[in-house]
Ligand binder design. Sequence first.
Ligand code: GLN
Length: 534
Amino acid sequence: MAKFIFTTGGVSSSLGKGLACAALGALLQSRGLTVRLRKLDPYLNVDPGTMNPYQHGEVFVTSDGSEADLDLGHYERFTNQDATQFDSVTSGKIYSSVISKERKGDYLGETVQVIPHITDAIKAFILNGRDDVDVIICEVGGTVGDIEALPFFEAIRQLRNDLGDKNSLLIHVTLLPYLAAAGELKTKPTQHSVQALQTLGLRPDILLCRSECAIPDDAKQKLALFCNVNYKNVIRAQDAGNIYEIPLIYHNEGLDDAVANAFGIESKPNLKHWEELVQKLNNPKSKVRLGIVGKYVQLKDAYKSLDQAITHAGIAEQIEIEKLWIDAEDETLLAKIQSVDCLIIPGGFGGRGVDGKIQAINYARKNNVPILGICFGMQLCVIEAARNVLGKTDASSTEFGPTNTPVVARMTEWMSGEQKELRGISDDLGGTMRLGSFVCTIKEGTLAFNLYGNTNIEERHRHRYEVNLQYKQALEDKGYVFSGMSPDGLLPEIIEYKPHPFFIAAQFHPELKSRPFSPHPLFTGLLRACLKLM
Ligand code: GLN
């Protein structure tokens, strides 16, 4: 039966709890343990799928087709294993399942209440699949004190009793702010957040103390004394230069030792692969300037997996990458694009910024600049081709309104494995896209085949519109290659432009499958093309 680690946040949001959990997961794996990581989000959306990326960052997509919190991306990248729909839950999802059971009469006349019905649903979510792994790490989103998180804390309080001694741990991730006027790091906010936890019946076993600068020993001692935590379990977590250094840093500060001591784990960690990764990361041999033309570029979290996939490819190829995040509506767009070695046009929704992205694609196509289009980026590559290569000046996507030349159009049915998925034009927006992993068949002799080295791949999707096959022949006559298709041959998945040294675009999101220890071939290919290695 699994041991449980619960992670809460104090003092401030955005402390990197997700990364801390992911790094701890990697450290426990390095001791030969199996882990599973889960995210509990207190907000009321059923999933983050309908949220603007500026609100909550990127929407991560699991291979089994759920739209999940971006922390699941960190979990996958650090533990190198797929998350599932059972690893991310929100208050909205919990409440809607309880309310729909109530409507069906499943509670047999009981008064339905937060305790026990909501808390029981949370407990069931946390405990699901506990026989299959050694450790389950559960992160509670938000910060202690949030009203909507109370049922989660209560569920954890109950569970810690149910599970018994030595079977669960609570890690409180907190912030030690530096006050310049006083010239020191302050522990008082942490003391208060631990007090807030204690009023909920929860006592932290480990304090993971985030800070911008070095944490002196007396601060650690003070925290141990006032927060009732063993001195050895007060862990320094100073900002890291690169997130892939975090497992080694936390290990050196004693995080996994603290967990191992608490759970009686005797195996020793083997961190050689992490050391090698960091070694490569810090020793690039060449440099590439990469432009990303997007709509949400002010918030890096909106393109989290993309940012990471680029980083992974850079580590693998030992290339230092200067990422230039270019706003698609920037008036100086063209000048910025002219300064980069290669371009990525990422996923996106809606008409804003489309002209800038099409301008960027046009520039890259005509000037042999290596380019990778992703999802929306692929759709726009086809619109650019229809407008400027086929001369269909009104070519567009039905996403932007009615058009006479719908080279990209709303999809209402597709095959998911053996099953046909149907969607109506006026269906709900939440959870109704083409979501999750789908097989794609790659044509031999193409750039895609050269990159993947395989004719059968699986990639993750999240979109409503598709490239319209009606224009395939006309585009092929002009040098475009439909190098990846759905197995039934109905949905274009990868498109390339033969006269160009590296012009490739995918309907799926390759960034969702990239991992530090297995970078994605589309990204390594793009970088290699910049160095003329492709
Ligand atoms: N807006 C496009 C669609 O829904 C592309 C989505 C995306 O880039 N994820 O098809």
